[in-house]
Design a protein around this ligand. Sequence first.
Ligand code: GMT
Length: 378
Amino acid sequence: MLNIGIVCYPTFGGSGVVATELGKALAMEGHKVHFISYSQPARLDFFSENLFYHEVSVSKYPLFEYPPYETALASKLVDIALFENLDILHVHYAIPHASAAIMAKQILATRGKSIAVVTTLHGTDITLVGKDATYEPVVSYSIDQSDAVTAVSKSLQEQTYESFQISKEVQVIPNFIDFNRFSKKPKEHFKKAIAPFGERILVHTSNFRKVKRVDDVVRVFKLVQDKIPAKLLLIGDGPERMNIEKLCRDLEICERVLFLGKQEMVEEILSVGDLFVMPSESESFGLAALEAMACQVPVISTNTGGIPELNVHGLTGFNSNVGDVEDMAANALRILEDDDRLAEFKANALLRAHEFEIENILPKYEAVYRSVLKEAQV
Ligand code: GMT
């Protein structure tokens, strides 16, 4: 059994969720897992004798207009790696976690401790932020210096090779879902309260950033509810929320749209959904869509990034070009207007989600850990 340090963002974002769920599953397998972040990860919500959490705090000093988080994190990693005798540092989201881990690895080497660094790329660390000249040299170096690098989809792997001058192999390990949590929960009373006249329920969850194109969700919904009785549930919060509320007012559909804000038990809401809408500009995997599919909700999405590797066009939902609201609405109606077709798409979504069960994906990460540790011994 291994001692593993997991570095991640603690928020509701996909990379933090994947890191936390992976750590919990590794702990269940008997590994000792140490989470290292600036605040307790949102999904670190259960106790196990194999799970630990270490907070990184950045001391304040008047000179620091930009508090040096990366330096504090690297120092924390050195401390924990030595004291807890970590074998592996598994960092999720390259910026700044990968470079902090490489710095820690180099410092540890001077103190007689070797450690393997595994970096998992999640998306915007490559596609949006990472390839920008502000960060590119550091991201490239940290990828090349990692002992192993994984990406959550083939599309992200390809984009990494295209955008960075690296010689490191990037392995694809897709994201996963835990069916103990994400499965259809019978919530008939909730469904009745939201859609008392049997309206179709469309759902969207995101961090309401521009890249998620939540305005397209609303525009798709407007076209759908022009044709059939429908309700829209918007889960999450973020910078675009005000604009989206205004758009709903302008389109005069406020009474059919529910803003539910950030929710812990998202699976309970997904369970009453008939259709999930993910019109993102860029999405390296689309974990939120997988969560919906596990709750038997088909997906209307864009054909960008890694989404088509998850949402099978014409089977579990449909994929359209980014911004093609008319096509997304037409596809939504194709599914929603026919009870039998809706039932078929729901069943297909569930079947597809089962391919991403955590039990299938966890061994892939364990194999990566074994291979980097084996290489270190040679
Ligand atoms: O979505 C983001 O802004 C960043 C990132 C995160 O930390 O939540 O999301 C990325 O990682 C998720 C987990 O691997 C993927 O499911 C998302 O598709 C990916 N987001 C983007 O590529 C925009």
